[in-house]
Design a protein around this ligand. Structure first.
Ligand SMILES: [Zn+2]
Length: 230
């Protein structure tokens, strides 16, 4: 039994813990499962949750690498266009600035939000929660950041931007010699890192760990207050 406990994530209560299937709305009791296992809906067979091995470490590692690739994507040369011997190299930030200056305000803001604001918010919130949790701690406002992480998750649009970029590049290739810079490859690495970091830890596990860390914090706070009163 102890062995099984070490293979699962910590939680405060074993009862009254339910999860709804996102496809058929069936309610299921959340039971502890061993690392590497997953739980499926009894009605439609859809995946409910899974216990990923070394989930916190995985989320932190991919979150940190995603942050580095995000900086690389913004700062490094993104694309070089060669038209009749005249080459122009632009970075992602330069592209957004040029779009803004040429009157494409909506497109410039869309590029900025989808490629910078949303990925940065996701990566920051994930690291803000997971790094302290790896030591059983929480930082102030962890619940708010957790809700933010959950709300923004479906709005990550780097993949959409990637598809748009590929279509544009195919058209540009007919007009000029196009070569991708390190910024472009950083964008691909960012997409992979974002997907791996977000899926690195299950939502149910994350909230269970937050709940346990908060309860521990409250207990320690109460013990300190009790000690001061004595
Ligand atoms: Zn179902």
């Amino acid at each position: 039994m102890n062995f099984l406990h070490r293979q699962t994530w910590p939680r405060l209560h074993d009862e009254g813990h339910e999860v709804a299937c996102r496809f058929c709305d069936s309610l299921h009791e959340v039971e502890l499962i061993e690392e590497g296992q997953s739980a499926s809906c009894n009605t439609c067979g859809a995946l409910l949750y899974r216990n990923r091995p070394q989930s916190l470490e995985r989320a932190i590692a991919f979150g940190l690498s995603g942050t580095l690739f995000l900086i690389g994507m913004l700062a490094l040369p993104f694309i070089t266009l060669d038209v009749q011997g005249s080459a122009t190299t632009v970075s992602m930030v330069e592209t957004a600035v040029r779009l803004w200056l040429q009157g494409g305000h909506t497109i410039a803001i869309t590029v900025l939000v989808s490629l910078f604001v949303l990925p940065l918010t996701i990566l920051f919130s994930l690291l803000y929660i997971c790094i302290p949790l790896s030591r059983g701690k929480t930082l102030p406002g962890v619940q708010l950041v957790g809700y933010l992480f959950q709300v923004i998750q479906p709005w990550i649009m780097v993949e959409v931007f990637f598809l748009g970029t590929m279509v544009s590049l195919l058209k540009l290739m007919k007009l000029a010699d196009v070569s991708m810079g390190l910024g472009f490859w950083s964008m691909i690495a960012l997409m992979l890192s974002l997907a791996a970091s977000v899926s690195g830890i299950d939502r149910i596990e994350l909230w269970d760990r937050i709940e346990v860390a908060l309860a521990q914090k409250n207990t320690e706070g109460a013990a300190v207050e009790g000690g001061v009163e004595c």
